[in-house]
Design a protein around this ligand. Structure first.
Ligand code: P70
Length: 462
């Protein structure tokens, strides 16, 4: 019986242009994944059916954004689009100074170089791969101060992106505030499964930062998604708009790095933003060395225009409700099949718990990497490993880092796929899950030094 009380969410857009998908046979896929060394990063996208590798740079732009592309002012210096982007960043995020960069890691590089000295410690709510590497390359050591619940994929706490302020204070007291250049706060926490931080926790972190005179750097890559979770689940926020909550989050931080390829709905771009003039001055000097002049930072004028418009679209309530609604639709479907996924459901993707799906595969044989390869083999759906391969090696001992979370991420691009695609993905995961006993692990046969997950190669254990 249909339930007349139920009201579904629907996408707040209609589709104007389509891009055909290619289908492959199982024989094709066996060859492609073997040639890719069982690493989904090394597949060609033409050989992928539904691409859930990442939500980064894979979103569909709106007709307004595409129209904006035609308004590119391709001047080397002082492009009109830079000023429009600056205006968007001030209006929607509230930061005073803006330096565009080619993407998020460009901003991480500049900020790490400016703020970190040799021997410093950088506390953060769980590591992110590129962020941590830039901190290390600048001479710092990352310290994870996220709450313990974040490392437990079955814990149902709503704000698993929160920082454990006791851990944070202990670190500051033991190392000395002068050894902590900043606290890194990500909204949302990618590696924990797309988990949000609460406003209350952020305010507590702000108090600690103020007490010790330490800055806060905001990795605002998915800030609108985090704001939506605050609106839905934190007391006192249900009547505030996502746009208001985003601005409040930003107001509690001093500097920001942004990969605009996610929340801000563009295919390329990012920025560094700050409220401090001295950091801006130094960053505008370094950016010319590594990215480009401070009014383009490696981007074309048209890219900055699309970003300025994308930022405005990204904080609309109906957009973000439908975006996260689709992610949760897939998550609920997998839960109805009893497939172990990270709980609570995250905002940018659903994370399969490879440790529970393949308990017979030891972490040294890369369960998540194996599961991602099997999913591709089954249906051509591409996903991403977020486990031991991503965690890399300990700098001093040279041994693997053994993360508690061994996950496969099904990341949903924004405004790209339909509900029917989500059904196909869920059914493919189910089919792999039903055959899980037959799955053995893999061995690594090639390992690059930096960010090994991008290019490592594997072979199957037969
Ligand atoms: C992903 C992408 C990028 C990202 C992020 C957070 C929370 C910074 C960045 C860097 C792309 C990616 C990057 C490394 C490994 C795998 C995938 N995340 N902070 O798919 O931004 O890519 O623009 O330099 O999520 O999660 P950028």
């Amino acid at each position: 019986m249909p339930n007349s009380k139920k009201r579904s969410w629907a996408e707040p857009f209609k589709i104007k242009m389509v891009e055909p998908l290619s289908m492959t046979t199982i024989q094709d896929r066996q060859r492609y994944i073997q040639e890719a060394g069982y690493n989904t990063f090394l597949l060609r996208s033409k050989d992928v059916y539904i691409d859930l590798l990442t939500d980064s740079g894979t979103s569909a732009m709106s007709d307004r954004q595409w129209a904006g592309i035609m308004l590119g002012d391709e001047a080397y210096a002082g492009s009109e689009n830079f000023y429009r982007l600056e205006d968007s960043v001030k209006r929607f995020y509230g930061y005073k100074y803006l330096i565009p960069t080619h993407q998020g890691r460009g901003a991480e590089h500049l900020l790490s170089r400016i703020l970190i000295k040799d021997g410093d410690y950088i506390p953060g709510n769980m590591y992110f791969t590129t962020t941590r590497l830039h901190q290390e390359l600048a001479g710092g050591t990352f310290v994870d101060v996220i709450i313990d619940e974040a490392h437990d994929p079955e814990n149902l706490f709503k704000f698993k992106g929160n920082i454990d302020t006791d851990k944070l204070i202990k670190l500051i007291e033991s190392k000395g505030a002068d050894k902590i250049p900043y606290i890194c706060v990500a909204t949302t926490v990618n590696m924990a499964g797309g988990q949000p931080i609460s406003m209350q926790n952020l305010k507590e972190v702000r108090n600690v930062a103020d007490k010790y005179g330490i800055d806060i750097v905001h990795d605002m890559t998915r800030v609108a998604e985090n704001a939506y979770m605050i609106q839905q689940h934190e007391e006192g926020y249900s009547n505030k708009s996502v746009a208001e909550i985003v601005k409040e989050i930003c107001s509690l931080t001093d500097h920001a790095t942004m990969s605009a390829k996610k929340d801000a709905l563009v295919n390329i771009g990012g920025f560094l933003a700050t409220n401090k003039e001295d950091v801006y001055t130094e960053a505008s000097n370094w950016v010319v060395v590594y990215e480009g002049l401070h009014t383009y930072g490696g981007l074309a004028g048209r890219d900055m225009e699309a970003m300025a418009i994308g930022i405005a679209e990204s904080v609309q309530d109906d957009h973000i409700r439908a975006r996260i609604g689709q992610v949760h639709y897939l998550g609920e479907k997998l839960l109805s099949y009893n497939i172990p996924v990270v709980m609570p459901l995250g905002t940018h993707g659903i994370f399969l718990d490879a440790k529970r799906i393949l308990p017979h595969v030891p972490q040294d044989n890369y369960p998540a990497q194996t599961l991602a390869a099997e999913l591709y083999l089954d249906s051509g759906v591409r996903s991403m490993e977020r486990g031991i391969v991503s965690a890399g090696r300990n700098e001093e001992t040279g041994k693997h880092n053994y993360p508690k979370l061994e996950l496969v991420r099904l990341t949903i691009p924004r405004r790209v796929y339909t509900q029917a695609h989500m059904d196909v993905v869920a059914e493919s995961v189910l089919s792999v899950y039903e055959n899980r006993d037959k799955i053995k692990g893999m061995e690594m046969v090639y390992e690059p030094k930096y960010l090994r997950f991008f290019q490592a190669k594997f072979k199957k254990i037969e």
